[in-house]
Design a protein around this ligand. Sequence first.
Ligand SMILES: C[S@@+](CC[C@H](N)C(=O)[O-])C[C@H]1O[C@@H](n2cnc3c(N)ncnc32)[C@H](O)[C@@H]1O
Length: 291
Amino acid sequence: MDADRSASRTAVLVCQGRAAAHGRIAIERFSDPIAEMLLRGGERAVVEQVRSGIAPRDWRQRLDYELVAATAEGMVPRTVAIDDAIRAHPTAQLVILGAGLDGRAWRMPELARTTVFEVDQPSSQQDLRDRIGSLAPLSGALRFTPVDFARDQLGPALAAAGHDPHQPTTWVWEGVVAYLTRAQVRATVGLVRARSAPGSRLIVNYQHPSLTAVAGRLLMRSLSRLTRREDPLAGEPRRSAWTPRAMATMLGMHGFRVTSDEDQLSLAGRLPIEVRHSRSLRAGRVLVADL
Ligand SMILES: C[S@@+](CC[C@H](N)C(=O)[O-])C[C@H]1O[C@@H](n2cnc3c(N)ncnc32)[C@H](O)[C@@H]1O
């Protein structure tokens, strides 16, 4: 999304997906009770519909319903894989890049001794702060760090927020790479590397090039026009997709060694999930790289 634009709409969509999945999909492995608390009236109403499993007859409402239902399916393997990678490698600092409405600082007791840095484009970050209000985090400390990767310097912003580059950091970069150009992705990895002490871990969720994803976006645009409603994805065009090889090579140039990289369909295969959108799941990947 461009600088000075409104808060991220896709951040709300993925939060709706997590709220719709909570207590319903893979309940022994996935839990996000914070997601629903972050939603506003209309955003929560469609989540309730998805949770009820009764699809609305009105086809405008049906569109929102299907979008949230499909998102819920993809959020579960992605969230579980990232949470597992955080738990398996505890560090005193966790930086969430493009945090959106990420609730980890409020829902993961494992972060009790960790300082969490929430990094996001300023209006998206303000949106999170407005929505979360005074809810106390479970993390040891929480630092809000507004940064637009396309415009601002990540390093000085993190330094000002108290990030220590001499201590290992776990970095989570979930659902953001697709919205950045390849140059912005490379530049951000360089800045991440510059603040990563040995023992740091980078967890990246990114998109493999996918005709299904392109077709899905075109379909959403056409249906939105047809139903005379706002396309929820219009303000955030996808800007880069990566093959696993290109991603590993780029990370390797910055010293990160990939220890796992799996598509969300494979990750879902290890969870009790009834998969309805296998192509879309196959295009999303979760990678773990260590320094
Ligand atoms: C799909 S949301 C993902 C949010 C969160 N990581 C999650 O998975 O729930 C995309 C996020 O990327 C952020 N983002 C996109 N472009 C950005 C940029 N140039 N600088 C900073 N954040 C950006 C948006 O503000 C938004 O929070």
